[in-house]
Design a protein around this ligand. Sequence first.
Ligand SMILES: Cc1cc2nc3c(=O)[nH]c(=O)nc-3n(C[C@H](O)[C@H](O)[C@H](O)COP(=O)(O)O)c2cc1C
Length: 177
Amino acid sequence: MISRRWSPRAFDSRPVEPEKLRSLFEAARWAASSYNAQPWFFIVATKDDPESFKKMLDSFVEFNQGWAKNAPVLALSVARMKFENNGEPNRHAFHDVGQAAATLALQATHLSLQVHQMAGILPGKARQIFSIPEGYEAVAGYAIGYPGDQTTLPDQLRQRELESRSRKPLASFVFTG
Ligand SMILES: Cc1cc2nc3c(=O)[nH]c(=O)nc-3n(C[C@H](O)[C@H](O)[C@H](O)COP(=O)(O)O)c2cc1C
């Protein structure tokens, strides 16, 4: 499942079944988090709600809008930056939103869906559009759906889509002593 997860930019127009979509967030719900604070929030927009879908797209940078507009589901994650119980800063808020996102993406892979995460969002605009309160930060955007026909992508994006996925070797980031 880990090796089958990837980040497509070509999505099929087929909608995501509501029970499958729900199960992605159920998976996110069970992620580990510092002090079990669960500092993650997700705003979700499906294509059958065009107004919300447009609002979501408007909170992404132009490059991401270009391909994400074809995904049937878009989402935005938000982190609560302070602990609920004592108001102290949660230094691991973004870390834990990332854990929830990773869990969500694996559940998507399990269901033959894929999730393309995006740093390319407009946090200030997202705050305005979705009335994100102080103490909460927009973290990332997500395009969710069934992978689509790569030949529909513009040349440059298609090339990137077909490149083999690569990673740095273990020895470059795992150390002892
Ligand atoms: C937090 C995060 C932010 C990312 N931001 C973008 C983005 O703004 N636009 C984009 O096209 N891809 C984005 N990506 C996708 C990465 O480029 C992709 O995950 C990476 O190249 C590894 O490819 P893979 O996910 O297919 O294994 C992002 C991924 C993550 C996890």
